[in-house]
Design a protein around this ligand. Structure first.
Ligand code: ATP
Length: 263
């Protein structure tokens, strides 16, 4: 865990979010703050509101009240691709890769959102497009090295194991050059070895790339191992927030969630 001398700044925050689906109150005044250089896990029982919270942060759901702030600016009104353009990148449950494309091609698709040159100006300024594409290709190679996909870069993603496809998916999210990474159940469906690899990459994203990560994850062992802080949600409300050691011993958490799951 990082212990910078100055207090860590808030990067992304949810401020008293309320979200309803008809009679269902998915989020009841939920607040959460992700600081720079931290891995922040959101945990809670099924249906607690975790995915709803991530969807509010990335703009896929619009809460009825409350605000989402990014580096201090209110981004509540921004649609998902505008938030992505600011550097709020996310991975989804399951796989979002293109199965008939190679690992490298999939990672390059992540750059499309970042292209500054539109179609019209592309016709006028072909050289600028080429320069931009070459820069993206170089950056894609860095991501391929970072995720240890060197040997697999030209392999068709549909032929890869689930864990490798998820790694390519992560590469696509990193291609956005994120300022923060949001991950929804990244370990779901993975073998123990694949989980170990992914946990290592998430730690490297924080430590090597300096990117904070907020993730929803059901695997408590992984959560306790890699998180700097954990927010616990139950029935749409935050019942605790703290370090893994604090969360492990929090009575409300044990009663609501960890009681049955702890050894
Ligand atoms: N699009 C939607 N339409 C209607 N209800 C929804 C929608 N999304 C979520 N909900 C409801 O909101 C509540 C919170 O759901 P959410 O998926 O956020 O929980 P979760 O903690 O992520 O659950 P899980 O761990 O099972 O993925 C649930 O009651 C769910 O049925």
């Amino acid at each position: 865990m990082h212990t910078p001398s100055a207090p860590a700044k808030d990067v992304l925050s949810a401020d008293r979010l309320c979200l309803r689906f008809g009679a269902v109150e998915a989020l009841k005044s939920v607040s959460l703050t992700v600081r720079e250089r931290e891995i922040h896990a959101v945990i809670g029982p099924n249906g607690a509101g975790k995915s709803s919270l991530l969807n509010c942060l990335s703009g896929f759901y619009k809460p009825q009240s409350g605000a989402v702030r990014f580096n201090g600016a209110d981004i509540s009104a921004l649609v998902p691709h505008k938030r992505a353009g600011l550097g709020i990148s996310r991975t989804f449950q399951g796989i979002q890769t293109y199965p008939s494309m190679t690992a490298r091609e999939n990672i390059l698709t992540g750059y499309h959102l970042r292209m500054k040159t539109g179609l019209f100006s592309a016709l006028l300024y072909w050289g600028r497009v080429r320069a931009e594409e070459e820069a993206f290709a170089r950056r894609a190679e860095e991501i391929i090295d970072f995720l240890e996909l060197e040997e697999r870069r030209h392999e068709i993603v549909g032929d890869m194991s689930y864990g490798l496809r998820k790694r390519v998916d992560l590469g696509r999210a990193l291609a956005l050059d994120p300022k923060i990474l949001i991950m929804d159940e990244p370990m779901a469906g993975m073998s123990a070895e694949e989980k170990g690899d992914l946990a290592r990459f998430i730690l490297d994203i924080r430590d090597g790339l300096g990117i904070p990560v907020v993730l929803v994850e059901h695997d408590m062992e992984v959560v306790m191992d890699i998180s700097d802080r954990i927010t616990v949600i139950d029935f749409g409300q935050v019942i605790a927030c703290g370090t893994p050691a604090e969360i492990r011993t929090n009575d409300a958490v044990i009663a609501a969630y960890l009681g049955g799951a702890q050894q």
